[in-house]
Structures are given as C-alpha cells and as structure tokens.
Design a binder for this molecule. Structure first.
Ligand code: CMC
Length: 437
C-alpha cells in the first residue's frame, strides 16, 4: 500500500496488490502535527497498522499537555512550563491540570484545604506495610500501597459516580506524599510521621520524610521551594509510557487506585522514571571529571550497551525545557547547602559540555533531559538514591489522575485493545506427550 494523494482533510492510499483506493480523514489539532484517522483502517482494508513503540501513533485526543520536541516546548493546558514553574505553586498546577483552569484565590485556598483534609492514610496501613521485607525497594512498596487504596477506600471506587471519582482524585493527590514518605520511613526502620497540615504540600512531605519523634524538624524553605518546582516540572508529560499505561488500565473500567498502581509500575523502568537514579549511579561510577571522555567514548561505541543516562528523549530533539529549569534549581540548592563544589555536579557539567560539542550527540539530537540534574538536587536535599524514582511518582501522580479523568469523561472512550503482526506457527498438529522427542 502506498500513499497516493492527499488534500487538507483526507489522505488516500492505494493497495498495490488489488489496485483499490482507500481514503482516510485527517484530523487537525489546535497546534502540532495533524493526524490521520485510522479508526476504520481495518474495517476498510482488512489490514492492521504496525507501529511498535508507537513511533507514529496517537493513542487518544487530549487537552492537557502539549509538547513540541523539536522546538523544546512544554505546555500544560496552554501555559508554558517556564511561566508555571516560575510563578505557580505545585498545587495551583495540579488544579490547572485537573480542571483546565488556574485557580483564583478562593479556589486555591479551598483546594489546599481539600489536600490537607485528605492527607492522612488509613491507620491500618501500618499493618499493611509490616508485610513488606525491610529491604524492599520503595517503588515495590508504592505499587502495593497504591493498589491497596482501593481496599481501604471502597467508597470512592465507583467510576460511574462523578462524586466518587472526584473524591478518589483528591485522596490520591493528598495521600501520595504520605505514601512516599512512609515507604521511605519503613525502608530505614524509622517510625511513620503523620502529616502536619499547617505546612504547605512540599514542606509537609519533607517533614514526614525527615522528622523523627526525638528531634524537632523544620523543613528548609529553599529545599521546599526547589521540591515544589521539581514537582511542577514533572507533573505531566503527555502520553508517555506510564501515562499510557494508566489510560490503558483505566480503559477496562478498573478503579483509579488500580490504574495509578499500574502507572507506578511502568514508571519504575530505567528508560522512564528510573533514569534519575541511573544518572546518579553513572556519575558516581565516572567518579572524576577527568574520566568523562572515556564514558562518552563508551556511549558512542555500538558494541557497548552503555548509554549516557540523562541524555536523549523520545520526544525532545532539542534541549529539554525542564532540564534548563532543573539546572537552575540545582545551583540554588547547592548554593544553599554551601556545596557548589559538589564533585558530582562538576562531573555532570563536564559531561554536558563534552556531549553537547560531540558530533555523535549533535547528529542524533541527544540533549540532557530533565533527569540529568534532578538526581543531584535530590541528593543535596538528603534523599537516598532509592527514593529518586518515588519522587517522580509524587510529581507525576497528578498527571496520571488528570489523564485518567479526561479519559473516563470522554463519551467516545473505548477499551484499549491493540492488534499485532503474528509471526508464530500458522498452526500445527497436536503431538501427545509420549510422542514428543
Ligand atoms: N547515550 C548514547 N546514545 C544514545 C542515547 C544515550 N543516552 N540515547 C539514544 N542514543 C542513540 C541510540 O543508540 C540510537 O543510535 P542509532 O540510531 O545509531 O541506533 C539513537 O541515539 C536513537 O536512540 P533510540 O533508543 O532509538 O531513541 P528512543 O527515542 O527510542 O529512546 C531514550 C529515548 C530516552 C529511551 C534514550 O535516549 C535513552 O535510553 N536515554 C537514556 C535514559 C534516559 O535518560 N531516560 C530518561 C528519559 S526522560 C524521562 C522520562 O520522560 O521518562
């Protein structure tokens, strides 16, 4: 089949085997590339489209996040990420992602109150957590905790009831900081700390992470501000692997807590949310700026599986706009800790410098992504490496919830069911056990 003609609103293809013509509509987004509407492709041609990794496939329509990877643009609900990161709190951005509009003063306060109201976890979570091995990775614990919310909060899992749906969204968003902090406390054997609701969202989280019953603790305002910005930068990113997982899971009618558990599992992989952890491990392995060249060489070697972690992106073929803001936050935090000479930062800066000048990285458009600097910030705040991906969960939960909400409210929503190109045996006679060689 080859493309024959196209006008502004349709594309026509010829099947070269039969000589038949097929026409498919072109849909126009508000910005960004047009898409060919292939929904009737199978019905009309008897063929499926083949696109592993969804390199050219739009899986849904959405009004939430827009990315132009070539220009390095990221917008939430039409607002540029730089404006949001510089002027809004994370909870304002959450409100924006969920409702489509930035809150006015009253809406902002009401939303913050709602987040305080739902911040505690069911008391029985203590016992639920006791079931995990002490050395369990916090991501493993978080997958379990998110799914378990459906057992603890059964009065908000009816997806056909708009009130229950709204309460589930608020519960998820308000409880995620408590869940992440408790997963951490469990892994280090310290007592769980309850949310102190007089603090703001980021401070509350830091407080639950680092307070102990033995000492007083006040969250460092610079760390809280940096964390709030990190949350804004990671809040949503269009139809990435974990968000698509949440949508696909939700498309079967699964409850929102189960959907978020699926999203957490998908985010865990090193090519997605696990990259910030991988970046820090890589910087530690490099150990000294003088060894950066050696690692750049390894990354370019086709016979070596090593890749520069924190470089490259499926969508951004330009500097990731979030990476710039993250580099700025990184410097602010290191200044605040009096740690501007942090050796890992020096290695990171040298790596960035060499890679940005190297033909291999220039030709393949491999720029630093958001995870390149976030690990250094997390480390300066005092978070262990195993908590880096859970931090991504803390931020991305709102994006998952907003995308799930949009999908459930879409009257055209259908269960997701991709097809395949089958390459296995076409069919063979059954061989009884005693006749198998
Ligand atoms: N170091 C060295 N070479 C690379 C890298 C890298 N980090 N990333 C891509 N390449 C090369 C790759 O070998 C390939 O070369 P060739 O065309 O000669 O085969 C070419 O660039 C294209 O790579 P790809 O794997 O086909 O691109 P992709 O869009 O499938 O992968 C990626 C995107 C993010 C998985 C990949 O760039 C990568 O593995 N980066 C390192 C991991 C990382 O930092 N991930 C975080 C992504 S941002 C957070 C998020 O949104 O979740």
């Amino acid at each position: 089949m080859t493309e024959a003609t196209n006008d502004r609103n349709s594309v026509t293809m010829i099947d070269n085997r039969s000589g038949k013509y097929f026409t498919f509509p072109i849909l126009h987004g508000t910005v960004g590339p047009d898409v060919v509407d292939f929904r009737r492709f199978y019905a009309e041609t008897g063929m499926f489209s083949y696109d592993p990794g969804y390199m050219s496939t739009g899986s849904c329509s959405s009004k939430i996040t827009y990315i132009d990877g070539d220009k390095g643009i990221l917008r939430y609900r039409g607002y540029d990420i730089v404006d949001l990161a510089e002027n809004c709190t994370f909870l304002e951005v959450c409100y924006l992602l969920l409702t489509g509009e930035l809150p006015n003063v009253k809406e902002k306060h009401d939303f913050e109150d709602t987040m305080r109201y739902h911040s505690m976890l069911h008391e029985q979570f203590h016992r639920f957590l006791d079931g995990f091995r002490r050395d369990a990775h916090p991501m493993a614990i978080l997958c379990g905790m998110a799914g378990a919310l459906a057992a603890f909060y059964q009065d908000s899992i009816d997806i056909h009831d708009p009130t229950q749906r709204m309460i589930a969204q608020h519960r998820l968003l308000a409880k995620i900081p408590t869940m992440v902090a408790w997963a951490y406390k469990y892994s280090i054997g310290q007592p769980f700390q309850y949310p102190r609701n007089r603090l703001n969202y980021a401070e509350r989280f830091l407080d639950m992470m680092f307070r102990t019953p033995c000492d007083s603790y006040e969250p460092n305002p610079i760390f809280a501000k940096a964390l709030d910005r990190i949350l804004v930068l990671h809040a949503d990113h269009e139809q990435n692997a974990s968000t698509s997982t949440v949508r696909l899971t939700g498309s079967s009618g699964a409850n929102p807590f189960a959907c978020i558990a699926a999203g957490i599992a998908s985010l865990w992989g090193p090519a997605h949310g696990g990259a910030n952890e991988a970046v820090l491990n890589m910087l530690q392995e490099i150990g000294d700026p003088s060894r950066v060249g050696e690692y750049v060489k390894k990354a370019k070697d086709k016979n070596d599986p090593f890749r520069l972690m924190g470089f490259g992106h499926r969508v951004y073929k330009n500097y990731d706009p979030r990476a710039r803001l993250m580099a700025e936050t990184c410097r602010e935090v290191l200044d605040a800790t009096g740690n501007r000479d942090e050796p890992l930062l020096k290695i990171a800066m040298e790596l960035e410098r060499i890679a940005l000048e190297d033909d291999y990285f220039i030709e393949k458009k491999l720029y630093p992504n958001v995870d390149f600097y976030s690990g250094i910030v997390f480390r300066a705040i005092g978070l262990p490496v195993a908590m880096f991906t859970p931090m991504f969960v803390l931020a991305r939960a709102v994006g998952w919830i907003a995308q799930w909400k949009e999908m459930i409210e879409d009257p055209d929503q259908k269960i997701g069911r991709p097809r395949q190109l089958y390459l296995g045996s076409p069919g063979r006679p059954f061989v009884p056990l005693d006749k198998r060689g």
